[in-house]
Design a protein around this ligand. Structure first.
Ligand code: TRP
Ligand code: SF4
Length: 404
């Protein structure tokens, strides 16, 4: 088995909401595109998560999945750099979810803030279901099945990464102490080689006795980079270094996605449900019309009234799209009534259309080739399954389920 470095693995998922908009692009997708160059990335469609809240409308699921994946590809998410797949096509997520459910106290799930919040927010739905309570644990399984160390999410999802860490810690504590753990660790230390073994032991002591983090990092790197020992021995040594059992499921970290600065057409957060969004595949004429209809500073009733950009949602778009020169022109022209609002909006319209031109083109390319999209997802699924199965084999073994 090849060894996995969790710090190099990124995993994130999105519920299938159909076509995406500029808010998704500036918030999430550009971040994914940057990550795919530096990490081994797994990006998936969380269709089971969608069913936890929308179990009564399964009809739209398939179209939503397809449209969203086309928009990922259109935004530059690249299947040769990242594995793209659909959650329900990797059934290993479900098995790990089930197994983790055995050790997850109900109270942990009941206390996750999104549980009560979403029930309040989606009052028209009955979310007093087993599946909805398990939403964060399913997410934990999504992450842990790949031993992903880095999870890009928005602030609203941080609590879910936190519970994932707790579940992983509990799992390792419960199942990582295989019989004869101490002897196995001792044997593994010897296999490092004489000199590295001494360096490991000295640094481990410095970390455990004095909390010397630099020493911990030295010991960790020494184990990770050693070519003589098996993956199992690496996990034992890393677990021993942390003072616990073998690390079967590493604890992930949230990589907080910076809040998107992209405002909606009314100045609120851009969201499809607020009707204030610009889709990634929006036609140029529609972009023009939507921006032209945007409300401006309410004080500018007539063309001759001076305005204040600080009170105008169009200014927020200039903040995203315009350089200093254009912004200076807006500030000056608005405050002196030197420019009209339609004039002011034109550079924004042009910038959005320039940004979306290549995106729209790629979207069309993929939308016209559904078989290509399907084969990208099939390939992603195969790669994801191989990684997921490797983890699951260890989990089964640790839980006494590895029957011959
Ligand atoms: N719950 C996430 C959201 O609504 C989607 C998601 C599901 C996810 N599984 C995940 C995100 C695993 C990160 C990692 O945005
Ligand atoms: Fe808004 Fe520009 Fe009109 Fe000023 S000139 S109110 S910034 S659209």
């Amino acid at each position: 088995m090849s060894s996995v470095n969790p710090q190099q693995r990124v995993l994130s998922g999105m519920r299938p909401t159909g076509r995406l908009h500029l808010g998704h692009y500036h918030g999430v997708l550009k971040n994914w595109v940057a990550l795919q160059r530096a990490y081994e990335c797994f990006f998936f469609v969380a269709d089971w998560h969608a069913l936890t809240t929308h179990y009564d409308e399964p009809g739209s699921l398939e179209d939503h999945v397809f449209d969203m994946v086309v928009d990922w590809l259109a935004a530059g998410v690249n299947p040769s750099g990242a594995k793209l797949f659909i959650q329900s096509q990797v059934p290993e997520h479900a098995e790990l979810h089930l197994l983790l459910s055995m050790i997850t106290p109900l109270g942990w799930l009941e206390r996750v803030p999104t549980y009560k919040d979403q029930q309040e927010k989606l009052k028209e739905k009955d979310l007093a279901t087993y599946g909805f309570l398990g939403y964060p644990l399913l997410q934990s399984a999504d992450i842990l099945i790949y031993r992903a160390g880095q999870v890009p999410v928005g602030a609203d999802q941080v609590a879910h990464v936190e519970i994932t860490r707790e579940v992983a810690r509990r799992f390792n504590h419960m199942y990582g102490r295989e019989p004869g753990f101490e002897q196995l660790v001792e044997a593994a230390v010897k296999k490092l080689g004489k000199k590295p073994a001494k360096v490991f032991v000295d640094n481990k002591r410095a970390w455990q006795e004095r909390g010397d983090e630099a020493a911990r990092d030295v010991a960790r790197a020494l184990v990770q980079d050693n070519g003589n020992i098996t993956l199992g021995d690496k996990e034992r040594l890393l677990g021993d270094l942390e003072g616990g059992g073998k690390i079967i499921l590493p604890e992930p970290q949230a990589l907080l996605t910076p809040e998107s600065k992209m405002p909606g057409l009314d100045g609120q957060k851009m969201s499809k449900s607020y009707g204030n969004s610009i889709a990634l595949r929006e036609e140029p004429a529609v972009v023009q019309e939507k921006v032209r209809k945007m409300p401006t500073d309410p004080a500018r009733v007539r063309r001759t009234d001076a305005g204040d950009p600080a009170r105008c949602p169009v200014w927020q778009l200039h903040e995203v799209y315009s350089g200093e020169d254009v912004k200076g022109w807006v500030q000056q022209g608005c405050r002196s009534a030197g420019i009209g609002c339609l004039e002011c909006k034109q550079p924004v319209i042009d910038a959005i259309n320039a940004e979306l031109a290549p995106v729209r083109e790629r979207a069309q390319h993929f939308a016209e080739r559904p078989d290509l999209v399907r084969s990208i997802l099939a390939e992603g699924r195969e790669e994801a399954r191989a990684a997921a199965q490797a983890t699951l084999a260890e989990v089964r073994k640790a839980m006494g389920l590895a029957y011959r």
